[in-house]
Design a protein around this ligand. Sequence first.
Ligand code: SF4
Ligand code: SF4
Length: 401
Amino acid sequence: MISSDPCHPPQVSCGQSQQPRKQCPLTWFDNMIQNCLQYARQQKAKGRPIVGITCEYTPRELIMAAGAVPVCLCGGSAETIPAAEEDLPANLCPLIKSTYGYHKLRSNPFLEMADLLVVETTCDGKKKMYELLGLSHKMHVLELPQKPDESNAMQHWISQLRALKKRLESEFDVTISDQRLRETIGLMNRERSLRRRLAQMMQQDHPPLTGRQLLQLKSSISCIPEDLEMYQQTIEMLEATRPAGCDSKVRVLMTGVPMVHGAERVLEIIESHGGLVVCMENCTGLKPIYEDVDHDMQDPILALAEKYLHIPCSVMTINTRRMDLLKDWAKRYRAQCIIELIWQACLTYDVESYFVRQVAQSLGLPYLRIETDYSPSDSARIALRVEALFETVRNRTATRT
Ligand code: SF4
Ligand code: SF4
């Protein structure tokens, strides 16, 4: 047994683990981009096409079944934003601008090597940015229905996935068999299940990771064999830990927009000012992995359609599923407060924050909404607001005990 201390992260050092390991499973993901780049180049050299994606509604299983490598292109860098603003309005979400800025600067090697982009009609900003990106990149746009509980929405989404299958087949001159699709569904289910197990460890009284460490445990390319092995090793290593208690940390449920690679600043502020993010509801957390694809359904396209249309993103109307999950996860992870992150000009998450605040009220949890972009200029102000929130939580706890 090794012990870990959430008060002083990092708590887990591979040097302490019971079995000698070739590579520390935690530090493996520190080099995630380099690992992905090496993998993408190797696969491309072997003739596998690269397909860029930008949203969790994209069924990676279909792309993988076509023999291609799906790579997430979402930008988390502030540095590419000025270039994007030459074409896009300044008053647009930083995630959209950063992603597009990489294209303008030709500085995202994954985008440069992509043979096709698969994107969806989600928020207006993304949808319109794709039109510009599509001027110089081959692109397939999935039309995502936005009233997910209507029966014709599912029919439409199924037809969109069938159209994507056809496009991939003709683009890459392959046939996607049901059997091959089931294999990739099995692979993605395995990855989701490993990542879920890691996330569920945060339900413990004394979680073995910080939220920042957990956020690091993911990859821009799904199902790289070494990544799957490292998830497994991380689980085994953490199961062999005996985390030390740290009751002074405030347990936080984070919700809202995705915190893509490079855009983790707010999470870092929360955890360096007395918080421990035990649950991330967003698209870089539990939202895309809480459900699997039904591996045994007769038509695998139907199985994919059901899983993906269930993703409770704020682009959907009405998005009650997200509120139900928030209530459930706040209880399971014993959150003491809810912090919602909203990228500036993200209208869908911003408006939906009205309902998230109601959820927090119904649970009796303090709630903080943080609207920001990728610039660190407001970090001190955010830190002050986070500290005030934690003070409220501690006062409430003291009053109850
Ligand atoms: S938040 Fe919505 S639009 Fe963004 S990646 Fe997730 S599902 Fe896609
Ligand atoms: S954060 Fe909001 S505005 Fe930005 S891409 Fe996602 S849904 Fe669109």
